[in-house]
Design a binder for this molecule. Structure first.
Ligand code: UD1
Length: 420
């Protein structure tokens, strides 16, 4: 697994050109690892990125009694007959996705003790929809000393669940619980993310009976037990989108291979509207940047809308556009810490509630900035690629949570970048 880093140093001015391959999606593999807990025995996941979050989830699974062994890009997960139904604070606080183990442990053990999650700092990030859904399936919860204890002594039963918002995590937690609940469940207003459809595909390989994943209405016919399975993780659209914008911001051209351009439709459409030349094949996309971007407005929305996790990188791209862009953040109202950092580099960006007004400047200049979170750190590196002089992104270890081999891949594309 990748080691932690302190600072990424970027010297601006070099156009990025060439080809880069992406691996499996962080936001899929973490859920697949949890899903493996539903079936005792040996599972193999392929196309697994060597990112820090996979290592953390490996520790969460180990604590629950599973073993994870990595070989190249494959991860073998051996799940015990009787998992330990617990996820402790020192692990959960590192990564919000750990909360997904709640539904899986309740389904397997009839009990789960999970510390309340941490993760990226985008405001409070509640889990009320996860808990409401699981309650409707027969679980009860009590919170004591920061640990949430869920029980379902008589097992979970099917339910018709209508989500208030198409939350990715809530849909996944409910899906994991419903896979082995008695009866047929429906999830309405479900998240439609490709990573979630991929999770359902893996669960179906394990013997689950899930229909409609990838649409807003999912039906789950509960089965009494699941078998281990092998699965190749869907490519990471966020990694692909970040490299596309890294090339575009420098006026270069980057081809991303082993990806699914169809999963990036809205983001690519907005890049094109900003003046990029975009060409796609089934599993590759080339994005060539304009000399100077045109301003473009966009709003983040659940899939198939513009992904909130591409918002900071797109704003970095628009920071030097020829005019003013307006961005509306509809998923995480507090996702703006990176704005102050871009402004320290000379950007002219203001926020008003959930809106960001990006007035394009002629140039930015490098300085020391704080990485804040995974996508903020990526956005600041992107800005550093065009800023005058040297940019030092501190707290850049966030990058390792979501991007495997980020610095070497950028170097191969021609970036003047290093880590210390
Ligand atoms: C996942 C992704 C994250 C991405 C997000 C939206 C992983 C590990 N993380 O996060 O990278 O940015 O989807 O695409 O896959 N909410 C509630 N109550 C709940 C659950 C969510 O109010 O019970 C709110 C959240 O605070 C947020 C919004 O709903 O404002 C969306 O959250 P959600 O879709 O659940 O995102 P995550 O699954 O946490």
């Amino acid at each position: 697994m990748s080691s932690r880093i302190e600072t990424i140093k970027v010297t601006g001015g070099a156009p990025l050109r060439g080809e880069v391959a992406v691996l499996g999606a962080k936001n899929a593999v973490l859920k697949h690892m949890v899903a493996a807990m539903l079936a005792p025995g040996d599972h193999v996941l392929d196309n697994v990125p060597g990112i820090a979050d996979v290592a953390i989830m490996g520790e969460v699974l180990s604590h629950a009694g599973a073993t994870c062994q990595r070989e190249g890009n494959s991860l073998q997960i051996t799940v015990p007959e009787r998992p330990n139904p617990e996820a402790p604070l020192q692990l959960v606080r590192k990564m919000r996705a750990s909360i997904l183990i709640l539904g899986a442990l309740l389904a397997r053990c009839g009990e789960a003790r999970v510390a309340l999650p941490g993760g990226d700092d985008f405001g409070s990030r509640p889990i009320d929809m996860h808990l409401d859904g699981l309650r409707e399936m027969g679980a009860t919860f009590e919170l004591s000393h920061g640990v949430l204890r869920g029980t379902a002594p008589d097992g979970l039963h099917a339910s018709d669940i209508y989500l208030e918002f198409p939350s990715v995590g809530a849909t996944e937690n409910i899906l994991l619980a419903a896979a082995m609940a008695s009866g047929t469940s429906t999830i309405s207003n479900a998240a439609r993310e490709p990573e979630l459809a991929d999770l359902a595909e893996y669960l179906n390989k394990m013997g689950a009976k899930i229909e409609g994943a990838g649409t807003s209405s999912i039906t789950v016919h509960g089965v009494p037990g699941l078998e281990p399975a092998n699965h190749r993780v869907v490519p990471d659209r966020l990694e692909a989108g970040t490299y596309a914008l890294a090339g575009a911001i420098t006026g270069g051209a980057v081809t991303i291979i082993d990806c699914v351009p169809d999963h990036l439709r809205m983001e690519l459409r907005k890049m094109a509207a900003a003046g990029c030349e975009v060409s796609t094949g089934e599993d590759w996309v080339t994005v060539a940047g304009p000399e100077r971007a045109s301003p473009v407005d966009f709003a983040t929305l659940p899939y198939p809308g513009f992904h909130t996790d591409m918002h900071p990188q797109m704003v970095a791209f628009l920071a030097t556009a020829d005019g003013t862009s307006i961005v509306t953040e509809n998923v995480y109202a507090a996702r703006f810490r990176y704005v102050g950092e871009l402004n320290r580099m000379g950007a002219d960006i203001t926020t008003d509630g959930q809106h960001v007004v990006v007035r394009g400047v002629d140039e930015m200049s490098g300085c020391e900035v704080d990485g804040c979170d995974i996508r903020a750190a990526a956005a600041l590196v992107l800005a550093g690629l065009v800023a005058d002089g040297e940019t030092r992104v501190v707290d850049a270890d966030h990058i390792d949570r979501g991007y495997a081999g980020f610095v070497p891949k950028m170097v191969a594309l021609g970036a003047r970048i290093s880590r210390t």
